[in-house]
Design a protein around this ligand. Sequence first.
Ligand code: ATP
Ligand code: MG
Length: 423
Amino acid sequence: MASTVHAPRGTQDILPPDSARWSALEARAREVAGRFGYEEIRTPMFEATELFVRGVGETTDIVEKEMYTFTDKGDRSMTLRPEWTAPVVRAALEHKLFAQGARRFFYIGPIFRYERPQKGRYRQAHQFGVECFGYEQPQADAEVISLAWDLVRSHGITDAVLHLNTIGDAACRPLYRDALLAHFRPHLASLSEDSQRRLERNPMRILDSKDAADAAYIATAPTLSSVLCQPCRDHFEAVQNALRSANIPFVLNEKVVRGLDYYTRTVFEITSSVLGAQSTVCGGGRYDELVSSLGGPATPAVGFGLGLERFLMILDALGIHSETTRSGVQAIALGADARERLFTLVAQMRQETSMPVFMDFGDRKILAHLKIADRNAARYALILGSEELAKNEIVLRDLQTRSERRLPLGSGKEVCAAVGELE
Ligand code: ATP
Ligand code: MG
C-alpha cells in the first residue's frame, strides 16, 4: 500500500464540528470590529521578503529565524506572511488609502512562522487584528485596546489580564538603550546565546527573553520609566485615563516590551492564566514610525494581533461553549421512489428558505436517518415512505418536542410554510 501523506508539522486541520467554533469566533470578531467602525482588509498570503525585513525589523525573532522564505521561479525572494501589520501598511501606501486622513482596518487570516511546534505555537496560526492609522491621540490607543477587550469579554472570559506599558519614542528610547547596555554588558558571558547576540544590536529584546539564564539579569534591569521623556509620560498618562473612562481594567507591567522593532510608546498584551507557557493571546501597541519607514508620509498608528488558536484554547479550558441550537430540516426518504420525489422537494425548499435542509441519499432504516438528523442538529424531520407517497402525504416531525403531523405532499414553498408555522 502506498504510504499516506500527513499535514506538515506545526499545522492543524480544522475539522467539523470544531470548524463551526472557528466560524463563530471569526463572525464575532468581524461583528466587534464592525461595531467599532473598522473595515476589513485582505492582503496576499506572500510578499516580497524585503517588506518584512524592513517592516518587522532585522533583529526580531520573526526575521532572524521564523520566516518561510523561498525563491520563486522568477528568482525573487518571497516570504509567507508572518504578521499582518507590514502588509497592511504596504497595501495602504500602494493604494493611497491614507490620502483622505485617518483609516481603520481589521484583518483575519493565517500567518506562517517557522517555530518549534508546541501547545499554542504553530507554523500556520491564525490572527484577528486591527490597525488604526492617522491618530496620535491617546484615545486611539484606548479604542484599539477596548476593541480587543470587548472581544474577550463578549465571550465571557473572566481570567484575562491586560498588561500595559510604554516603551518611549525616538527622543527617549536611545537613552534607555544606553542604560540597558551599561546594565547587561558586565554580565555578557552569563547571558543566553540569543541575548548575547542581541546585546549590541537591540538590547531591549533581551527583556523579551524567556531563557532561564537571563531571568536574574532581567529582573534587576533598569526600567524605561527612569528615562521616559515628558511627552511620552503625558501620552501614557492620557492612555490610562482614557482606559479608566472606558471601564477597562489594566495592570502596568514594565516587562512588556513586544518583539517587533516598530513599536513606539504604548505596548500591551492580554494574557490568560489557563494558557500555560504561551500565555499571551493578544499583543499590540503604537507604531508611529512604521509607515514612514516603509516610504509613506508620517502617519501615527496603533493596532494589535490576536491569536485565534490561543483564544479557542482559553474557551476550551474555561468550558465556555456556545449552545448548539437545533435548526433546519432533515429530509428522510425511505426507498428509491420516495428519494426521487423528495429530492425534488428538497431542491425547491432550498430555493425558498435560508434554514439548512439536509438530505441523506443512503438506503437506511428510519432510525439510522434520525441519527444523522441528530448529528446535523436538525430541528425537524420530513419523512417520506412508500405509504405516504401513495397517499400524497409527508410526515413533519419536530425532533425537539417529538410532536408530528401529516401534510399534503405539496411544493417546496408549501412545505416550508408548514415548517414556518411551527417555528
Ligand atoms: P510569542 O511571544 O508567544 O511568540 P509573539 O510576540 O511572537 O508571541 P505576536 O507577533 O505579537 O506574537 O502575535 C500576536 C498573537 O498571535 C500572539 O499573542 C499569539 O496569540 C498569536 N501567535 C503568534 N505566533 C503564533 C504561533 N506561532 N502559533 C500560534 N499563535 C501565535
Ligand atoms: Mg513569537
